[in-house]
Design a protein around this ligand. Structure first.
Ligand code: FES
Length: 127
C-alpha cells in the first residue's frame, strides 16, 4: 500500500491557497518543536464568514497537504464552523495520514485556531 493517499500527494504537489494576505484579520503561527516544522495561517473575515485564507508552511509533505486541505475546508465557512475543525477531519478529508504523521494535521488545526484567536483579540480591541 502506498504510504500517502492520492489526495495527500495532490495537495502536496498542488497546494491550494498558498501565500500571504497582507490585510489579514487574523494571523496564526504555530510550530512543532520536535520536527521543527512551522505553519502560518492568514484569515480574511467578513460578516463572520471566512472570505479568504492563505498559508505558508515550512514543513514536510503531510504538513503542506494538511494546511492546503484545512484551508479548503474552512474557506467560505462561518467562523464558528472553522473553530470546530479538528485535525481528524483534516486527515479524513485527505483519505488518511500514516499514524506517525498525524501530528502534521494537528499543526493545521492549531494554526487555524491561533489565527481565529488573533481575530477575536483584534476584534475585541477594535470595538
Ligand atoms: Fe512535522 Fe510533518 S513532520 S509537521
Amino acid at each position: 500500500m502506498a504510504l500517502y493517499s492520492e489526495k495527500v500527494m495532490d495537495h502536496f504537489r498542488n497546494p491550494r491557497n498558498v501565500g500571504v494576505i497582507e490585510d489579514a484579520d487574523g494571523i496564526g503561527e504555530v510550530g512543532n518543536a520536535r520536527c521543527g516544522d512551522i505553519m502560518k495561517m492568514y484569515l480574511k473575515i467578513e460578516d463572520d464568514i471566512i472570505k479568504d485564507v492563505k498559508f505558508e508552511t515550512f514543513g514536510c509533505a503531510s504538513a503542506i497537504a494538511s494546511s492546503s486541505m484545512a484551508t479548503e475546508l474552512i474557506k467560505g465557512k462561518p467562523v464558528r464552523e472553522a473553530m470546530s475543525l479538528t485535525n481528524k477531519a483534516v486527515a479524513e478529508a485527505l483519505d488518511g495520514l500514516p499514524a506517525y504523521k498525524m501530528h502534521c494535521s494537528v499543526l493545521a488545526e492549531e494554526a487555524i485556531q491561533s489565527a481565529l484567536e488573533d481575530y477575536e483579540k483584534r476584534r475585541g480591541k477594535g470595538e
